[in-house]
Design a binder for this molecule. Structure first.
Ligand code: SAM
Length: 417
């Protein structure tokens, strides 16, 4: 173990300024803030070129060693150390051999909501904002448009310019393979998802072959909260008009119908789901307007039709945070001044620390649109936290990937400021 790692273990108490002093020195001397235990082991044992299988960084070590009985002064020192490491680029979301980020370790040790936790979450928010800016400023070249002259690959070794080594090729191939896997994954790519066969099965809507969970009945209480938000400002004149994007199992739409709105728009893109809606008679309901197709095409058309909503709910599948940011452009144009916008908040929900980072990010983004957001904390069924079992006490049995693993759900409710 290196001296940098040693200093993160808080062996000597009290934890005082010497710790900060030593840490700053190591970082100034050029030791990376992400220097891992595994790297140190390789250096100490003269192991070369072996790929690292995990990354136990100084942040992980600190998170594992913060004393439960730290005094206020000690806490201030530890926070200074965390901030110093983060300043020098210590990765807030890197994972160690146990697949844990520093935040995951803090959470397991009971530090959720502590100042240590907030420090990591705030660093995550800053990093995500920075990443977005960097990505905004980079012009990506589509693979197809790159004209590769195969003869020139690897030719420039003599004049000291680009050398295409086998390692480069392997890396390129690996990247291409990952990209292709993502494109073929219906949970990641909408065009693939919309061509994938679905089935309604055991209280869930899943992709037929792979068993990806598109919608599951355990989300019922979350849908009720979404529905209640949409009707929060309902007036006695019964002029209420709402839009739900993503029908899925129709859970929230059935709840909306019970509230008897004047008009109930539903936007749905998947042919199998649209067939189910037809079978259940949704196309013929007097107060229902079904917009068949992607919201990107269907909902934007409403902007020019003078249709405005008291409530908008968004819950789709295979889309990403960037898609929701695009939706905000439409929401501000379609929501009445007293209207409420809500959505299924599963952003980053497979890790609690990432979930907290996204809670802050989405708040910042909505604020940019003049929308303030509040979050009501709900407790999802405890079976969502169980790993798949044979005994039936996990909701994830037979589901390809658990898309939820947080003890608390942050139900969002956004309104104009
Ligand atoms: C998670 S389900 C919605 C569940 C729903 N809230 C309920 O209560 O049952 C997501 C739905 O969004 C649909 N969807 C996915 N992308 C879409 C898009 N771009 N436009 C419209 N619908 C979309 C999916 O086909 C799926 O039916």
């Amino acid at each position: 173990m290196s001296e940098l790692h040693e200093v993160c273990r808080f062996v000597d108490r009290p934890i005082n300024h010497d710790y900060v002093f030593k840490l700053k020195n190591y970082l100034k001397e050029g030791i990376p803030a992400t220097y891992t235990l595994e790297e140190a082991y390789h250096v100490e044992n003269d192991i070369e070129d072996k790929e690292l299988s995990s990354t136990t960084t100084p942040l992980h070590i600190i998170a594992s060693h913060i004393p439960q009985d730290a005094t206020e002064d000690e806490e201030a020192i530890i926070l200074e150390m965390l901030n110093e490491l983060l300043l020098w680029g210590a990765g807030w979301s890197l994972i160690d051999k146990d697949d844990q980020t520093p935040g995951c370790i803090l959470d397991k040790r009971g530090f959720h909501g502590s100042e240590y936790w907030n420090t990591i979450v705030n660093a995550g928010v800053r990093a995500e904002i920075l990443l977005r800016k960097v990505e905004d400023n980079i012009e990506f070249i589509e693979d197809e448009s790159v004209n590769i002259n195969e003869e020139t690959i690897g030719e420039e070794a003599d004049n000291g310019q680009s050398v295409n080594t086998k390692a480069d090729d392997d890396e390129d191939n690996a990247i291409q393979e990952i990209r292709q896997q993502l494109r073929d994954d219906p949970s990641n790519t909408t065009s693939t998802y919309l061509k994938t066969k679905l089935e309604y099965k055991d209280g869930a809507l899943v992709t037929k072959e792979r068993g990806d969970g598109v919608m599951m009945s355990w989300e019922e209480t979350l849908m009720q909260a979404g529905c209640d938000s949409m009707f929060k400002n309902q007036q006695p004149d019964n002029d209420h008009c709402v839009l739900n994007i993503g029908f899925g199992m129709g859970i929230i739409d059935a709840m909306i119908q019970k509230k008897k709105p004047r008009k109930h728009y539903i936007c749905e893109a998947h042919p199998d789901v649209l067939a189910k809606m037809k079978e259940e008679g949704w196309m013929n309901k007097e107060n229902v307007v079904v917009l068949s197709g992607k919201w990107q095409d269907q909902v934007s058309e409403l902007l020019s039709k003078g249709v405005f909503f008291d409530g908008i709910y968004y819950d789709t599948y295979s889309e990403h945070y960037e898609d929701m940011l695009d939706l905000f452009d439409l929401v501000v144009g379609l929501l009445k001044p007293e209207g409420v916008f809500s959505f299924f908040n599963g952003l980053g929900a497979d890790r609690r620390v990432v979930y907290d980072v996204y809670r802050k990010l989405v708040e910042l983004d909505l604020n940019n649109y003049g929308l303030k957001v509040s979050f009501k904390e709900l407790v999802p069924p405890k079976e969502t936290l169980n790993k798949p079992t044979d005994t039936g006490d996990s909701v994830w049995d037979d589901i390809r990937r658990a898309y939820w693993s947080c003890p608390v759900y942050y139900h969002p409710e956004a309104e104009f400021m």
